[in-house]
Write a new protein. Structure first.
Length: 1255
């Protein structure tokens, strides 16, 4: 199928345009639509309105030249313009170069133009222009793809990425509109858009596409691409055409954007001005960019997820920090309790077993810290407060375990349920209002409030709620986090506080105990009557301000009162026993309990109880209680008393530390405790037998597991003392229960460790017996106490025959060598490693073998050397292999040293070794000039990539064939080399061995051979040219001889057969004479050429006046000059210029030059002859304004049988004249040069001859 091209011909010559049209229309490969213009201006206007594939441009136009046209065309159309061929009447290299520079594809000369040449040049130019356009498009496309990919990589803002994509794509495609549409059902939302003027933007209005109901969405999800040149061609669904008409679309291109194999949206390009055919490259570009947009969508989605996770993590860290602070506080409390316990333990007398346990606790303190850390981690993972996450409408999405327990539902029930359903019905309106305000707030905030919630399994309960908003990166509210705390106990406490305050007021008013309100300065602000009675004052004394608690306090007790005030600084209550001085002077013992008012640092209230009547009883009871409390606090144990008659159990506060249960939570019965015992341990207890033995028991002890409140079991040790009545019947049991979990864990760990040690000992024994090397143990007398089978095989003695025997008895031939060294190990206690022993044993009599032995001293518990451990390895074969390896290495080293090829080893791009041949090749005197230097330092720049590729392939394990490279020598020369490389291990590390062979001489020979081949080809062509020239010469000679002879023969026959008038007779004779002279001149030229070729042309040198000779020649040619009406200019410069030469031959030189000037100068032209005397030389210049000489022919002007190729003029002569002239000039030791500005520009011939004085 023929190609279709539109060609514009810009030429003011109709004849030339017709020739071009005829040439192109005859092209068998292309069909041309040819447009014609006569001026550059009209051509530029046409190029801007019509798609032109190629331009034939005449260099000289009426309004401007072709170079100016090229500059303006490039400025208006750019680099994507049509291919331009510049055509001119005369060849000029400078103009051709400038044409190519300004954007022309080629430069043609009209005289040399042929139909085939024009068609070939135009097709080539159009194809080259198309290829450059495609290349620029490909580069622009790659640049666009890289730019958008870089934008995606650097930016996390999806809107910016989408907008950049549509803007860059529209600019690249030069389309009218490009947009990205997000598909939502049968509607589309424009996410980004770029529109060219004057077309209107679609904007954010949703686009309804009914065609999506017909399966279009599925087709797009499968990757379908829609490219329509014209939407009106009837191939589109009418509903889709109607949709596109709304936006003035003529052609469209639709590419699906997929995300996770789902259709996310469409990348669409519109052409509104006219129809458009979308190229494959444009479609591939859009598909690639759609993929990039899909990547950006995934990146944006991951970014949003990361932000949300970061926010949740920050909130979790906040909660964690609070929990950590609480844990720190508890740790400090624990530390304080531990300090008190330590003090108490120092004051008590403890048993030896308790001291051992304490040491174990200290030893395992680190494990306790790890357990505390784990408990802290569990506390974080199982937070006591409820934690929920919901969406913006309050729909629960996540719930922790505390939330499930609080609301009485499982997580699977809570998730997906509105939180509103768990709000008490009376407060749901308040909750809705609160949720609405949170959603409407422009700034995310955290709010706290209280309301009643309802669980699925109980009554409504009061709850304190803290809620914080969750927003997406655009600030849109997407959910909330809810921290919910059951405040039932707090509410109950508040109610109890109110009730307590009421009771307190009643108590104050009832005057059951003394109550006073005070200031830290001692002023008693108020008091009830009971207090006034206690101190012996009346209310008048109170109101007058005479009562002061500091005055009532004995001086020695003021310090204790101050300490009590200090203790009450943080609203903490304090109790103090002290005395007040009664108004009558006696002291009243009291119990004072006080607390400062909240918000006040100076005032508080105290309750005062008169202890006068109960002092002694209380003091006795207090002492008993103190002893019990000290005993209970001194140990980490639960102290209890079990009344066997009532089955009531009293327990100390150690219950909390031991089981996690508070005293108020534990039933005061023995059954409550039995229910907490591990079932396995309870089954082992024989309770009936226990009660039967109680009458005869005084004490008992046992160990078992008790269930902690948190669900795990704690190992305890229980010790009890049986208390009996006077009849010996047991009435109660007093005992203690101690946490021994740490000890149990230690015992289990010890048992596991012992089991591990036993297993390791068995493994060591197995290894000992199966080890491939000999192992043994010698005592201090060098007697074998233990050996393995490998050592027995080495010594050639049975294993059991070693035991109890000395080294000399087992291996007598090696004893003299081994015994002194072994005794040295016993004496010094220092090991001997890798001792080489050589000799014979019973295993191979008569055969000398080699062993590598290591001897290690064995020390007893007193650090004294008690023996030696032996490790024996036979290395006979390895020694032989090492010797062979050393011999092989020595042979290899000698081979490398004498090898004529260069051998180098490189690792990591650095030379590690070089043999002498390599150093010589590289011009190095010492190895340091090469070793340690980078490889690329010696490689020619042209071969760097080749070398790096080879090294990479070798590193990948590929075989690399030998290649040729250019290496840089240190002496500045370049060596051509043939290089082979293989991987090897050098100094136990991967390396590459490189063998280089200098092929510089071979390359030179190859170059010489190439030159000889070229010379032979040139000689062949010259010979063929000579043969062609000879044939042409024969044909020309035949023609040149035949023409005059025909004229002579014709007139001779006429003169013989007819009678003529004198005038006609004279004309015939003149014709015969003229043709005879032509024949004579032709023969003379042929004879001169023959003499020149044979070297027999001889000159008769004599002094010659060059001025006179030139004037005579001009006088002889005057008739020809006059006949053509030429303007002759003669400038001799002086009257006489003498040269040494052959007069006849000199006249022949100038006659030939002047004859040519006259011959090739048209009528009315100018011919000049100038003689310039330069002293030692004289220059004779013949200048004409004739047809000139083409630049491509000028170098061959003096060759034999060469004439200018002008198809429009007939050729005359043999083309020998100037060849003879040059030869004659050179025989006179002169030179001749020809110059011409080109066809039609005339010519100048300059002959330079030495003068007589210079010879």
């Amino acid at each position: 199928m023929k190609q279709q091209h539109t060609i514009l011909v810009i030429d003011d010559a109709p004849h030339d345009r017709e020739i071009y049209r005829r040439y192109l229309q005859a092209d068998p490969e292309c069909n041309y639509t040819i447009l014609e213009e006569e001026s550059a201006t009209a051509g530029l206007t046409l190029c801007q309105g019509v798609q032109i594939d190629g331009i034939l441009l005449d260099l000289w136009l009426p309004d401007r030249n072709g170079l100016e046209f090229l500059q303006e065309l490039q400025a208006k159309i750019g680099s994507n313009g049509p291919a331009v061929l510049v055509i001119t009447g005369q060849g000029n290299e400078k103009v051709a170069a400038r044409s190519i520079k300004y954007g022309a594809e080629d430069y043609l000369v009209k005289q040399d133009l042929t139909p085939q040449g024009l068609r070939l040049a135009l097709r080539t130019a159009i194809e080259n222009a198309k290829l450059r356009h495609q290349l620029r498009q490909s580069q622009s496309r790659e640049h666009l793809i890289n730019k958008i990919a870089l934008k995606i990589h650097r930016s996390l803002q999806l809107d910016d990425i989408l907008q950049t994509t549509v803007t860059e794509v529209r600019d690249f495609l030069q389309s009218d509109r490009v947009l990205i549409v997000r598909i939502q059902g049968d509607r589309g939302l424009v996410m980004a858009e770029s529109v060219a003027a004057p077309w209107l933007a679609i904007g954010t209005t949703p686009i309804f596409d009914p065609c999506f109901k017909n399966g279009y969405a599925e087709l797009y999800r499968q990757g379908r691409v829609t490219a329509k040149t014209d939407i009106e061609d009837g191939t589109l669904n009418p509903c889709y055409v109607e949709l596109l008409r709304q936006f003035a679309v003529r052609a469209n291109l639709v590419i699906p954007i997929l995300q996770h194999d789902s259709l996310w949206g469409l990348l669409i390009a519109h052409q509104c001005r006219t129809t458009r055919s979308w190229s494959t490259q444009e479609i591939e570009l859009m598909q690639h960019l759609a993929t990039q947009v899909g990547i950006a969508l995934q990146q944006s989605e991951l970014y949003q997820q990361a932000r949300q996770e970061l926010q949740e993590r920050q909130q979790a860290e906040t909660v964690l920090a609070a929990l950590q602070q609480e844990h720190q506080h508890r740790a400090e409390q624990l530390e304080a309790l531990n300090e008190e316990l330590q003090t108490a333990l120092e004051e008590l007398q403890i048993t030896e077993e308790e001291l051992r346990l304490q040491n174990e606790e200290l030893f395992l303190s680190r494990q306790l810290q790890e357990e505390q850390q784990q408990r802290y981690q569990d506390l974080f993972n199982f937070a006591p407060d409820a934690y929920l996450v919901s969406d913006a409408q309050g729909l629960i999405q996540e719930a922790n375990r505390a939330a499930c327990l609080l609301l009485g539902s499982g997580a699977e029930t809570l998730i997906g349920t509105p939180l509103l359903l768990y709000v008490a019905e009376a407060e749901r309106r308040q909750f809705r209002t609160q949720l609405y305000e949170l959603n409407q707030s422009p700034v995310p905030q955290t709010q706290s409030f209280e309301l009643h919630l309802r669980s699925d399994c109980g009554e409504p309960f009061p709850a304190a709620i803290t809620v914080s908003a969750i927003s997406d990166p655009q600030g849109k509210r997407i959910g909330f986090r809810w921290l919910i705390r059951n405040i039932t106990e707090r509410k109950q406490a508040e109610l109890a506080l109110q009730q307590s305050e009421a009771r307190l007021r009643q108590l104050v008013d009832l005057n059951l105990i003394g109550v006073m309100f005070w200031d830290v300065d001692g002023t008693i602000l108020d008091a009830n009557q009971s207090f006034l009675n206690l101190v012996g004052y009346d209310r008048e004394d109170l109101t007058s301000g005479r009562l002061n608690w500091r005055s009532l306090t004995p001086p020695e007790q003021l310090a204790a009162s101050e300490d009590t005030l200090t203790a009450m600084q943080h609203c903490t209550s304090a109790i103090l026993e002290k005395e007040y001085i009664h108004s009558d002077g006696h002291r009243v013992p009291i119990l004072l309990g006080g607390v400062r008012f909240a918000g006040s640092q100076t005032r508080g209230v105290s309750f005062v109880l008169d202890l006068s009547e109960r002092k002694q009883t209380q003091q006795a009871l207090q002492k008993a209680n103190e002893r019990f409390e000290l005993a209970a606090a001194a140990v980490t144990s639960l102290i209890w008393e079990w009344d066997l008659q009532t089955d009531q159990v009293e327990r100390s506060c150690g219950l909390v530390e031991l089981t996690g249960y508070g005293l108020e939570e534990a039933e005061p019965t023995a059954n409550w405790w039995l229910e907490k015992i591990h079932p396995e341990d309870l089954a082992k207890m024989d309770q009936a037998s226990f009660f039967q033995q109680l009458p005869v028991l005084d004490r008992y002890a046992g160990e078992y597991r008790i269930r902690h409140k948190e669900g795990h079991y704690v190992w305890v040790e229980e010790r009890g003392l049986v208390v009996k009545d006077l009849q010996g019947n047991p009435i109660r049991i007093v005992g203690s229960t101690t946490d021994i979990s740490d000890r149990k864990e230690f015992e289990l760990a010890l048992q596991a460790s012992q089991e591990t040690i036993r297993s390791q000992l068995l493994e060591i024994e197995a290894i000992y017996q199966t080890a491939p090397v000999g192992l043994g143990w010698l005592d201090q007398n060098l007697c074998f106490q233990r050996v393995n089978q490998a050592l027995a095989d080495i010594n050639g003695v049975a294993l059991e025959d070693h035991l109890g025997r000395t080294v000399r008895e087992v291996i007598p031939k090696l004893a003299d060598l081994a015994e002194p060294l072994l005794r040295q190990v016993l004496e010094t206690g220092e090991p001997r490693l890798n001792v080489e022993i050589e000799g014979e044993t019973a295993a191979a009599p008569g055969l000398r073998r080699t062993w590598l032995e290591s001897w290690f001293p064995v020390r007893n518990s007193s650090a004294e050397v008690s023996g030696i451990n032996l490790v024996v390895q036979e290395v006979t074969e390895r020694k032989q292999a090492e010797q062979e390896l050393r011999a092989s290495e020595e042979r290899y080293r000698q081979l490398v040293t004498i090898c004529p090829d260069g051998i180098l080893i490189q690792r990591g791009g650095i030379f590690m070794f070089a043999n002498p041949a390599a150093l010589k090749l590289l011009g190095a005197v010492t190895p340091e000039q090469v070793i340690g230097h980078p490889v690329l330092e010696f490689i020619h720049q042209d071969d760097h990539e080749l070398v790096l590729e080879r090294l990479h392939r070798l590193a990948e394990g590929e075989a690399v064939p030998p290649i040729e490279e250019k290496w840089l020598c240190l002496n500045g020369t370049i060596a051509h080399t043939e290089v082979a490389a293989v991987p090897l291990l050098y100094q136990n590390q991967p390396a590459v061995q490189v063998v280089i062979r200098d092929i510089t001489e071979r390359k030179q020979l190859e170059q010489q051979r190439e030159l000889l081949l070229v010379a032979a080809e040139v000689a062949r062509e010259e010979a063929e040219q000579a043969n062609r020239a000879k044939d042409e010469f024969i044909a020309v000679v035949s023609h040149e001889l035949r023409s005059p002879l025909n004229a002579i023969l014709g007139w001779a026959k006429l003169l013989q057969t007819r009678s003529f008038e004198p005038a006609m007779l004279r004309r015939g004779l003149e014709t015969i004479e003229r043709n005879v002279e032509t024949q004579v001149q032709l023969i003379e030229d042929l004879l001169d050429i023959s003499r020149m070729v044979r070297g027999t042309l001889r000159l008769n040198f004599m002094p010659v006046n060059l001025v006179a000779l030139v004037e005579e020649t001009l006088l002889n040619l005057q008739p020809s000059i006059t006949a053509k009406q030429l303007d002759l200019g003669y400038y001799p410069g002086s009257e006489e210029i003498r040269v040494a030469g052959d007069l006849h031959r000199l006249q022949q030189i100038f006659a030939n030059l002047l004859t040519n000037a006259i011959k090739f100068t048209p009528a009315g032209g100018q011919v000049e002859v100038r003689l310039v005397n330069c002293g030692a030389q004289v220059q004779i210049m013949v200048i004409d304004t004739g047809k000139g000489i083409a630049a491509d022919f000028l170098p061959y002007i003096f060759d034999r049988f060469r004439q200018g190729n002008d198809a429009r003029e007939p050729q005359e002569g043999l083309g020998l004249g100037l060849a003879i002239v040059r030869h004659l000039v050179e025989l006179h030791k002169g030179t001749i040069q020809a110059a011409s500005a080109g066809p039609g520009q005339g010519a100048t011939f300059t002959v330079t001859l030495p003068t007589v004085s210079s010879l």
